[in-house]
Design a protein around this ligand. Structure first.
Ligand SMILES: N[C@@H](CCC(=O)N[C@@H](CS)C(=O)NCC(=O)O)C(=O)O
Length: 202
């Protein structure tokens, strides 16, 4: 059996997608949470950043690269190469929202309320409209692509959960996104993980 160690801060952030994939697959991994940064951890990280995944002793940086590897190993990237491209396209659309959130809201120091208001009125709307559109195009009710759980469903769930902390009604206009979230939340293994995971500030 391959060994996996996920190294990140004590947060969901860019590591949570991979944790959700492991949870949905019912697979074991070591969840290393770095408390002292940079400490010695920065020098240990392949690109000087977190997260990274150590697979059988090999360190893989870039959260989407190793999430895709793990999802592929657990058959969660789609049933053929075209479906894989579709889950990639959904993941990228969701990541556009995630990156805008990190760049604007997470890093905001001054005028946070104004930054949040602008993000919700402009960035979030523009990205969520695209996610709703692509999920409608490629998925069936409750799935972002095809008709079974894929890593794009988990990414959509995770990132929208984070952005919803800014506005609980954020998804009112996006029924297909809501339906995917319901599927993820009602997955037995994922739901058990969500109940047991640590509460963290991000
Ligand atoms: N594209 C990278 C981004 C990694 C990244 O921005 N990591 C941040 C935390 S989320 C980090 O390590 N910041 C600390 C630093 O750069 O010193 C990924 O998806 O893994």
């Amino acid at each position: 059996m391959p060994s996996y160690k996920l190294t990140y801060f004590n947060g969901r952030g860019r590591a949570e997608l991979t944790r959700l994939i492991f949870a949905a697959a019912g697979a074991q991994f070591e969840d290393e949470r770095v408390a002292d940064w940079p400490g010695t951890a920065k020098a240990d990280a392949p690109l000087g950043q977190l997260p990274y995944l150590t697979v059988d002793g090999v360190k893989v940086p870039q959260s989407l690269a190793f999430a895709r590897l793990v999802a592929r190993r657990f058959n969660m990237t789609g049933s053929d190469d075209l479906e894989q491209a579709k889950t990639d396209a959904v993941v990228d659309s969701v990541s556009d929202l995630q990156n805008a959130y990190y760049l604007k809201v997470f890093k905001a120091k001054e005028d946070r309320d104004a930054v949040v208001a602008q993000f919700l009125a402009e960035d979030a709307v523009s990205h969520l409209e695209k996610v709703e559109k692509i999920v409608t195009l490629y998925g069936t009710e409750g799935y972002s692509v095809g008709s079974s759980l894929t890593w794009s469903d988990l990414h959509l769930f995770d990132v929208t959960s984070t952005v919803m902390t800014l506005n609980a009604n954020l998804l009112d206009k996006y029924p297909r996104i809501q339906a995917v979230r319901k599927t993820v939340e009602s997955n037995e293994k994922v739901s058990a993980y969500l109940k047991s995971r640590p509460e963290t500030p991000f």
